[in-house]
Design a protein around this ligand. Structure first.
Ligand code: FAD
Length: 388
């Protein structure tokens, strides 16, 4: 039986009514047909300012998976999580916009979050997506070594500047910053930029953390080679270790364009590779810090076991665990109660801008086998326990 089964701990902050509502919502998004129909309807109606739809979204999906529409509004969730020893990672979830004005304004928002969170241990990390600072096609062109036009060179210089401003500010304020991983075809350029930032700002401790997707082939080798480079240049590495969120898209593109599938062939292979990632971190803890971003109970327990076997304290400063807000509370609150470093990604932003994130969450919950079932089972167990 899983050690993460204590629903009393997991849902201590939720009233019966909140639990019933969450149950109903997960039940809805469990239906793939409903979710795909809902996704198109939602994107259309919210974008066309149907206030009625906005208020429904806000009191359902948004309330479950987001902190609020603004940083200030999200502070309630931050405080509630921190009361139970869980950190918050503000995730400004505007997705899918590709103009310079948006890139600049997101960059400004991230810098504001850094300033807002200085000295606040409830907000241990800052996070951003590389494509929030530049076009995906540009990352791809830079990554595959294409000859850039002079305007593309200028555009790329602006992306580098945005990265640098954020990482520099984090360095000045001693805040850790994680860079999310996205599609494989943009990742080489993002990895390269992250390495540059680490070399600049991780001399004394890990400030900049890149994300490694273990569902990809070749990532273990990348980490081994990166470690060599970091040793030569004498800086620390920070990694967020995840399985990866773009499997269907990756496989479809590889088939369409006729190149080798970059994703592990099976779920078991991804799991095995994730475990190898855990081993890599544990063997190199003097140089490598890790944030294990996962809802997988076996992986989370494996990290705990390895820490114990190595005689490490639960709150070892080089090891973090993280889940998304509104999901896998049974893991997060178990870990924090035992003194491990645990944090939640806390998405926020105007409802209409967060809709792509929310619909992605809903789609993932139908496609990631078991996740919705797990959430539903836990909520039901807790409701039954309370009503016995
Ligand atoms: C805090 C946090 C931050 C995250 N940041 C990122 C990020 O920056 N970039 C990113 O891409 N994702 C990110 N994710 C999402 C993550 O990559 C996973 O998609 C998600 O967490 C589900 O995987 P899991 O480890 O929780 O567990 P599980 O539910 O055990 O695993 C599901 C995952 O296994 C893999 N998988 C499933 N079926 C197969 C198959 N047939 N073949 C091969 N592999 C398969 C896929 O990666 C799938 O998402 C983040 C997740 C968290 C919790």
């Amino acid at each position: 039986m899983s050690i993460f089964n204590d629903t009393k701990v997991a849902f201590a902050d939720k009233s019966d009514a909140q639990l019933r509502k969450a149950y109903w919502m997960f039940k809805m998004i469990e239906q793939p047909a409903l979710t795909s129909l809902g996704t198109s309807v939602l994107n259309f109606t919210v974008h066309n300012n149907f206030p009625f739809v906005k208020s429904i979204v806000k009191t359902t999906l948004f309330e479950q998976f987001c902190g609020g529409e603004t940083r200030e509004e999200s502070m309630k969730a931050v405080k509630q999580l921190f009361k139970r020893g869980v950190g918050s990672i503000f995730d400004y979830s505007i997705e899918g916009k590709e103009d310079e004005e948006t890139f600049d304004s997101v960059c400004q928002e991230i810098k504001d979050i850094i300033k807002f969170s200085v000295g606040n241990p409830a907000i241990p990390f800052i996070v951003f997506k590389p494509t929030a600072f530049g076009r995906i096609d540009l990352y791809e062109a830079v990554g595959n070594g294409s000859e850039l036009t002079s305007s593309q060179k200028e555009e790329w210089a602006r992306v580098v500047k945005r990265f640098d401003e954020v990482c520099k500010l984090c360095h000045e304020h001693s805040k850790k910053v994680m860079v999310d991983a996205e599609e494989t075809w943009m990742q080489d350029a993002a990895d390269h930029l992250c390495e540059e930032m680490m070399e600049k700002y991780n001399q004394e401790k890990p400030i900049v953390w890149n994300t490694i997707q273990m569902y990809r082939t070749g990532r273990l080798e990348y980490m081994q080679q990166h470690l060599q480079r970091a040793k030569e240049k004498n800086y620390f590495i920070g990694y967020k270790i995840v399985r990866g969120a773009y499997m269907e898209k990756e496989r479809a593109r590889a088939t369409e364009k006729g190149y080798a599938d970059p994703i592990q062939p099976t779920k078991e292979a991804s799991d095995k590779n994730y475990n190898a990632g855990i081993d890599f971190v544990m063997q190199n803890l003097d140089k490598v810090s890790a944030f294990f971003g996962t809802h997988n109970e076996v992986s989370s327990e494996l990290v705990m076991d390895k820490m114990k076997a190595a005689g490490l304290p639960n709150n070892h400063p080089n090891i973090y665990f993280g889940q998304l807000y509104g999901m896998s509370d049974n893991i997060t609150f178990y870990l924090s109660a035992k003194g491990y470093n645990a944090a939640k990604y806390l998405p926020y932003g105007p409802v209409k801008d967060v809709v792509p994130y929310l619909t992605r969450r809903a789609r993932e919950n139908t496609s990631v086998a078991g996740q919705t079932g797990r959430e539903l089972g836990l909520i039901k167990k807790e409701l039954d326990r309370r009503n016995k």
